[in-house]
Design a protein. Structure first.
Length: 368
């Protein structure tokens, strides 16, 4: 499968960059991790890995978010793990919990039904709150208002196996990128039965342009593939065959984004429309699908960035800069059928992550 041309979205760096040598000013950015006190060990693991791969050079601050008060144990352990300032914030009120227009009895009955149907996490009220929070309210958290960019992290089963020898926030700003991702996957269809219908209705109601989308979605090989899928399937909402979305979405447990996009009137209106439909509770909409569809609807393709050069593993999926793209496809036939050259596969985990630049070879100077 031919790699698409990269006109719109070339990698920021191939191999190790010299940025480390520069005393460049830091961006207005923070790392962000939503976690529970019980996630302590996982949070330490993720951040030890990120420090080794990246933050030991850049010392970006981190903002921890929790819906409950932090334990002193968590605060002490994480403060000792990170090299930048650590802030421990509690979110509550309207950000975490049912919005007033949700019928809570109906929501709980739907959650039980979803659980009976075997939908993972669907029986946990807190999981629904978490998804809704990450899809919208997080961007209004007071402690995040002074930052423009965030790098979203998760505790547990996260690893950054390769060195990142440049500042991704600086590159995002310079390249006018608003949303960056490492892995694209298919959403579990039973979690989003009505999501795409709502998105399509919103597109019509808001009179979002379709002609440009059509041109971009059908232009050969000029777009990052996941974006092309999303656009193509959004455009299909106009077709006589009705709504279609192939469930492709950016996996938002890794995300580097310009929060001004998510704070824009356009994204706010999009989120409010979906929120009002109740699908964060009556179904089990994930924030990843909502972010992805919002980005596909509201951003120009060139404003998205695939961090091809950034090693990331979470659970069975990963993005590894030097792993053979062919092997990735071989390991994931379904993905191959979708031309998913940048979709990590489970089988690749066995061979480990191959990097262009490894943390242990970087000693404050890029020698690799
Ligand atoms: P998955 O990634 O969809 O499998 O779900 P996770 O269990 O990994 O949760 C995703 C993120 O949300 C992680 O950062 C969790 O720590 C966080 N999270 C999930 N539920 C809660 C919750 O009830 N409270 C808090 N504070 N964080 C949560
Ligand atoms: Mn996770």
């Amino acid at each position: 499968v031919a790699r698409p041309q990269e006109d719109l979205d070339p990698p920021f760096v191939r191999g190790c960059s010299n940025d480390l040598l520069l005393e460049a000013p830091r961006e207005n950015a923070t790392l962000v991790m939503l976690a529970r006190n019980s996630d302590l060990q996982g949070a330490v693991n993720t951040l030890q890995s990120l420090e080794a791969a990246f933050n030991q050079f850049y010392h970006y601050p981190i903002t921890f978010l929790n819906n409950e008060p932090w334990s002193q144990e968590f605060i002490d352990a994480l403060t000792n793990t990170v090299s930048g300032d650590a802030h421990f914030e509690v979110v509550n009120g309207t950000a975490w919990g049912y919005p007033p227009f949700i019928d809570q009895d109906y929501a709980r009955s739907r959650m039980l039904a979803q659980e009976r149907d075997g939908i993972r996490y669907a029986g946990q009220e807190s999981y629904h709150h978490m998804c809704r929070f990450n899809a919208g309210p997080i961007f209004d958290v007071p402690a995040l208002q002074r930052y423009r960019y965030y790098w979203r992290l998760e505790p547990d089963a996260v690893d950054f196996p390769c060195a990142l020898t440049y500042d991704p926030f600086t590159r995002m700003r310079a390249a006018r990128k608003l949303y960056g991702y490492t892995v694209a996957l298919w959403e579990v269809d039973t979690t989003v039965p009505s999501l795409f219908r709502r998105v399509a209705a919103y597109k019509r109601a808001a009179r979002l342009p379709t002609t440009d989308l059509w041109r971009l979605a059908t232009a050969p090989s000029r777009l990052p593939l996941p974006l092309r899928w999303l656009l193509g399937h959004l455009v299909q909402t106009r077709a006589p065959t009705g709504d279609a979305w192939n469930l492709c979405h950016y996996w938002s447990n890794f995300e580097i984004a310009d929060m001004d996009f998510f704070r824009s009137p356009a994204y706010r209106a999009f989120f409010a429309h979906l929120d009002a439909a109740g699908g964060f509770y009556y179904e089990r909409w994930g924030d990843a699908a909502v972010h992805s569809l919002g980005a596909a609807l509201l951003l120009e393709p060139a404003q998205l960035h695939f961090f091809e050069d950034l090693g990331y593993t979470h659970g069975p999926f990963q993005n590894c800069p030097e792993n053979a793209k062919g092997a990735q496809r071989e390991g994931a036939r379904e993905l191959a059928a979708h031309d998913g050259w940048n979709v990590a596969s489970e089988s690749e985990v066995g061979v480990g992550c191959r990097c262009r630049c490894r943390p242990e070879t970087v000693q404050n100077k890029p020698t690799c």
